[in-house]
Design a protein around this ligand. Structure first.
Ligand code: ADP
Ligand code: MG
Length: 254
């Protein structure tokens, strides 16, 4: 059965989208059937996987409000090896539209119900908020991956995030698990990165990925070419680390 993983943290700029794009792509490179589901109105997961987000007819927004169906919205075999449910700025209107809907926390779960088992992994990129879009992602997901940037305020906001996961687990999705904390933008030249990792390990009783994503300029460059890191520069430190993460994710599933 397909595993659905939401990449969430309400802080912006912590590496959610970079992780969503590159984990999805590295899983696909390993022969897994992958769906990349973009739940962020910024649409950066979509564009980072080579999709011209401003020239697509239907997006997650249309699915949520019932103006399109999966067949018309799903982009098949992007980059020749993974499927994408794209988003763009239109999705920002969904937040308000969802308020009036019945079972508004379960809209996305319902949408993907019929294709869930077509995939080994469904990777959801969440917006930088604890909004109804993020709640929908968590209600749909089997587990959450929490990227944490190795910087001074790393732990800030983490307790709200944990509370939200707990709330969703208690009320909406009892099977939801925290899959793991992922350290991103690790800078081996500074003590700070090391201290953040130590500090989180001491304070958080959650699983932590062994793989640590280094700060790597190639990871920041790749999206402007519409390519994930393994296709942009397969020998870069960024590509090696996301490949390792994909292997760790696959290994844990066994
Ligand atoms: P979020 O989705 O959490 O807002 P992003 O993945 O968009 O975060 O990352 C924020 C910025 O940092 C982007 O410009 C991205 O290219 C860059 N970035 C992310 N991870 C790394 C990394 N490991 N090394 C260097 N730059 C990174
Ligand atoms: Mg993002």
């Amino acid at each position: 059965m397909g595993k659905v993983m939401a990449i969430a943290n309400q802080k912006g700029g912590v590496g959610k989208t970079t992780t969503a794009i590159n984990l999805a792509s590295c899983l696909a490179e390993r022969g897994k059937k992958v769906l990349a589901l973009d739940m962020d109105p910024q649409g950066n997961m979509s564009s980072g996987l080579g999709i011209d987000k401003n020239n697509i007819e239907y997006t997650m927004y249309d699915l949520i409000v019932g103006e399109s169906n999966l067949e018309n919205t799903l982009i098949k075999e992007a980059l020749d090896y993974l499927d994408v449910l794209p988003s763009n700025v239109n999705l920002s209107a969904a937040e308000v539209e969802l308020i009036g809907m019945e079972d508004k926390e379960f809209i996305v779960k319902e949408i993907i119900k019929e294709i869930r088992d077509d995939y080994d992994y469904i990777i959801i990129d969440c917006p930088p908020s604890l909004s109804m879009l993020t709640v929908n992602a968590m209600t749909t997901a089997d587990s959450v991956i929490i990227p944490i940037q190795c910087e001074y305020y790393a732990l800030e906001g983490l307790s709200q995030l944990m509370q939200t996961v707990e709330l969703v687990t208690n009320r909406l999705n009892p099977d939801l698990k925290i899959e793991g904390i992922l350290f991103t933008m690790y800078d081996s030249r500074t003590n700070l990165s090391m201290q953040v990792v130590e500090n989180v390990k001491e304070n958080i009783e959650q699983p932590i990925y062994e793989t640590i994503i280094p700060r790597n300029i190639r990871l920041a460059e790749a999206p402007s070419y519409g390519l994930p890191i393994n296709l942009y520069d397969e020998k870069s430190a960024g590509a090696l680390s996301y490949t390792k993460l994909a292997e760790e994710v696959i290994g844990r599933g066994k």
